[in-house]
Design a protein around this ligand. Structure first.
Ligand SMILES: [Zn+2]
Length: 211
């Protein structure tokens, strides 16, 4: 009761302070431990300073663990920006596109001139031309990527229906979309965007660059 009294009347202050206030009048045997024990049970202190339980992490998705595959076999993709670019006297926006290999975390950077699906498809074609066989691409539900997937799917089906194939099944790329609003699903490449952005942010600063 004495410890409680001093603790509450000093507005829930810490162990050593309570001990020193108390020692003006009382000498508690094994005081330190006693104060600690009482304070550890104080509900208001536990609410204010208690340790939060850590979130359990789910298993990594299987494509983070595709060992022995070529680089960029399983990817994450995201857009970042915009970067302001000078065209004549106008100022237009350009976006960066980052592809990340989910195994070895290599990155491939591209540039998108707008947020439309045709621009993304061009980016994706340039990426495939350089980095070869791709199995999966993970991304968020950006409208340009969702739209691009539809276009790619329908053109793929068209080619299969018209018997162009043989080589085609190897070109099939599976898009896996993260749930909307779950940006923590994309931690692997959001982190790398931060790293990529750091350099131009410092080097370019507020300068205006042309294309
Ligand atoms: Zn307290």
């Amino acid at each position: 009761m004495v410890i409680h009294y001093y603790h509450e009347h000093s507005n829930h202050i810490g162990v050593m302070h309570v001990l020193s206030l108390m020692r003006d009048k009382f000498w508690a045997i094994k005081g330190n431990a006693a104060v600690r024990r009482v304070l550890s049970r104080c509900i208001r202190c536990r609410r204010a300073h208690g340790k939060v339980i850590e979130q359990l992490m789910a298993d990594l998705p299987p494509d983070r663990m595709e060992l022995g595959k070529p680089p960029f076999y399983c990817n994450g993709v995201n857009l970042f920006g915009p970067f302001f670019v000078k065209r004549g006297r106008a100022q237009i926006k350009h976006w960066g596109v980052i592809f990340t290999c989910l195994n070895m975390r290599a990155i491939h950077l591209e540039e998108a001139s707008n947020l439309k699906s045709d621009s993304f498809i061009s980016v994706f074609r340039r990426f495939l031309a350089r980095c070869g066989q791709v199995k999966t691409v993970r991304c968020d539900c950006g409208t340009n990527i969702v739209e691009s997937r539809k276009v790619l799917d329908s053109s793929y089906e068209f080619l299969v229906e018209n018997k162009v194939p043989n080589e085609l099944p190897r070109c099939w790329v599976e898009f896996i979309f993260n749930p909307p609003g779950a940006s923590h699903f994309a931690g692997a490449w959001e982190q790398l965007i931060g790293t990529v952005r750091r350099v131009p942010d410092i080097v370019i600063g507020t300068q205006q660059l042309d294309y």
